[in-house]
Design a protein around this ligand. Structure first.
Ligand SMILES: [Mn+2]
Length: 247
């Protein structure tokens, strides 16, 4: 396992400024870090990509930062592992209009349109906010989604659905956006959406994915210490990170 900090909020379209502070709070000073170039998202993305290429076989855990980092990280992952799959915990689909450099609002769409991710190998868990402009893309490509409401309705059924997806995959990259959680337990992030995952739902679903033993790289993103309340998001973020690190 290799823990790597990615302290950048440059892909957050200025909507989650402060999330660049999370990596050091979550990982401490000692963990290694990607070199982030201030006000230069393209060069930062290149550095994220080259760091990922270097250590992709060492079961890396990347700590962001905003969700746009997953674009460069998964690009390196998919070039290294065949049939690369992406499982994302997120309140959102991140499939808005495609523009470069990639942002945290469109990175899933870009990964599919650039052929880095097969559309059947993407699964988003905890979704509860889909923008009108994302709908045609999600429907046309039949992107697999498990909504937060489905999870609340029947957690056991969701676990089975998740196990079925996982059983068809080979090499999984797991990306965890903290906004998948309910704002009451994770208020420190840029886009709060009500009715999110509970602690129990989060850890049981996370365990279901990790139990597959097919997860080869992970990230934890969008935690914003500046927006946190009583350190709640950092506390649960550390617990999620511990799971990713110890898996
Ligand atoms: Mn999100």
């Amino acid at each position: 396992m290799k823990l790597v900090k990615v302290p950048s909020s440059q892909g957050s379209l200025e909507k989650n400024l402060g999330c660049e502070l999370a990596p050091e709070i979550l990982c401490g000073k000692k963990a290694e870090s990607v070199n982030v170039i201030p006000n230069d998202l393209e060069s930062t993305d290149e550095n994220i990509y080259s760091k990922a290429k270097e250590i992709i076989n060492e079961k890396p855990v990347f700590v962001g930062g905003d969700h746009s980092i997953t674009y460069s990280l998964f690009k390196a992952f998919s070039e290294n592992f065949s049939n690369a799959s992406l499982i994302i915990f997120d309140a959102h689909a991140d499939c808005t209009s495609f523009f470069k450099p990639v942002s945290h609002e469109d990175m899933n769409k870009v990964l599919i349109e650039e052929g880095l991710l097969e559309k059947e190998r993407l699964l988003i868990i905890g979704i509860r906010k889909i923008w009108a402009e994302e709908k045609p893309f999600l429907e046309k490509n039949k992107i697999q989604l498990i909504s937060a409401q489905e999870i609340h309705n029947d957690l056991e059924k969701t676990k089975i659905q998740l196990q079925e997806f996982v059983s068809k995959q080979k090499n999984i990259y797991l990306s965890f956006d903290i906004d998948a959680l309910d704002p009451s337990i994770a208020p420190g992030t840029g886009y709060l959406e009500e009715n999110g995952l509970t602690e129990k739902e989060t850890f049981e679903l996370l365990q279901t994915v990790l139990d597959s033993k097919k997860v080869k790289a992970t990230d934890l993103v969008e935690i914003n210490p500046k927006l946190d309340e009583d350190g709640k998001t950092i506390i649960i973020g550390k617990r999620i990170l511990k799971k990713l690190v110890e898996q």
